[in-house]
Design a protein around this ligand. Structure first.
Ligand code: GDP
Length: 365
């Protein structure tokens, strides 16, 4: 499953949010590949299409696709120099696909702020600086190494040094690596450095319970939005405290509570959806009588790779895929009618899977 790491200064609401995530968490039995660890919470990706397909096929079981949240507590000022549990936590960030940065946008005299007052942009910069410093370290080490190899006049290495110098300059100007323009070739050069500031970021603006319905009028949220816009990051206003309460409710109780708060859906759902779109992810479905299931792929994956998400054998032995779009299948009302209408296609190895494809793979074992 894809992973998002939760970071933020102490006392901003990370644990509260993470606890809500694990409370709301997915049934582990359905996700044997997910990491079992107290710091990892597995959540199901909400998708109305999956409900509709379930109505249509009436399978024994329906399994949503899953997403992992990892609690990366412990980043404090000085983390990049080993303060707190600094380096260890920075190492955890290297492994995630995206960062959820929790920012305090609520006032509460009873909750101490590490700097004495609520100031979300300054909080963001404190954490970002640690990530930037860690990246400077990685980039400089690599530049030194490449320079040594440069003596033999290798053109490839000269290009590498040029790209790395460009990244280094941005970092020295307090800019995250994700804020600079990198071509695909450039990205390939920096890929194995696993730069922390190259990862996509979602700011979770933690607002108070009474401010959650009208988060946009919260000036702190506005400050976070302005900051995020400048570096192409996304913002999701959320109340960690409310999420913790929602996570304890089910079904109608949950719906009623959300309505009372003036919310259409839980902040957690909005967070999951935002992370999904931030990462450029698609969902495809398998729909058999035993199981209707959603699977996550990256945009641009071809049919065999998409099959590989289910099982590596499916990718290795891939022959063909039967594909119908979600819209066509729902309009037809059944797989049989969709087939009669000629909407179920046979696709080969080069087929680019689309969001919402309903797929059936044929493969050799
Ligand atoms: P962490 O250090 O970032 O993990 O922060 P915690 O989740 O432990 O939260 C720190 C304190 O802030 C706890 O006492 C929480 O109850 C409180 N807190 C978290 N979110 C909110 C909120 O939205 N409103 C208020 N008033 N308190 C909150």
């Amino acid at each position: 499953a894809l992973k998002a790491g939760i970071v933020g200064l102490p006392n901003v609401g990370k644990s509260t949010l993470f606890n809500a995530i694990t409370q709301a968490g997915a049934e582990a039995a359905n996700y044997p590949f997910c990491t079992i660890d107290p710091n990892v919470g597995v959540v199901e990706v909400p998708d109305e299409r999956l409900d509709k397909l379930t109505e249509l096929v009436t399978p024994d079981k329906t399994v949503p696709t899953a997403f992992e949240f990892i609690d990366i507590a412990g980043i404090v000022r000085g983390a990049s120099k080993g303060e707190g549990l600094g380096n260890k936590f920075l190492a955890h960030i290297r492994e995630v696909d995206a960062i959820v940065h929790v920012v305090r946008c609520f006032e509460d005299e009873n909750v101490t702020h590490v700097d004495g007052k609520v100031n979300p942009v300054s909080d963001i910069q404190t954490i970002n600086l640690e990530l930037i410093l860690a990246d400077i370290d990685s980039v400089e080490k690599r530049i030194d190494r490449s320079r040594k190899n440069l003596k033999n006049g290798d053109k490839k290495i000269a290009i590498e040094v040029e790209v790395l110098e460009r990244v280094k300059e941005a970092l020295y100007n307090d800019m995250p690596a994700r804020s600079i323009e990198l071509s695909d070739d450039d990205k390939a050069i920096v890929r194995d450095l696993h730069l922390l500031t190259l990862k996509p970021v979602l700011y979770a603006a933690n607002v108070s319970e009474d401010g959650v319905a009208d988060a946009d009028s919260n000036p702190y949220v506005q400050q976070v939005k302005d900051f995020a816009a400048a570096e192409n990051s996304a913002v999701v206003p959320i109340s960690a405290k409310v999420e913790a309460e929602i996570a304890e409710l089910e079904g109608e109780d949950k719906a009623m509570f959300l309505e009372e708060l003036g919310l259409e859906e839980s902040g957690l759902n909005r967070l999951i959806k935002a992370a999904y779109s931030l990462l450029g992810l698609y969902t495809y479905f398998t729909a058999g009588v035993q199981e209707v299931r959603a699977w996550t792929i990256r945009k641009g994956m071809k049919a065999p790779q998409a099959a590989g998400v289910i099982h590596t054998d499916f990718e290795r032995g891939f022959i063909r895929a039967e594909v119908v779009s979600y819209d066509d299948l729902v309009a037809a009302g059944s797989m049989g009618v969709a087939k009669e209408r000629g909407q179920v296609r046979l696709e080969g190895k080069e087929y680019l899977v689309k969001d919402g494809d309903v797929m059936h793979f044929r493969f050799n074992v």
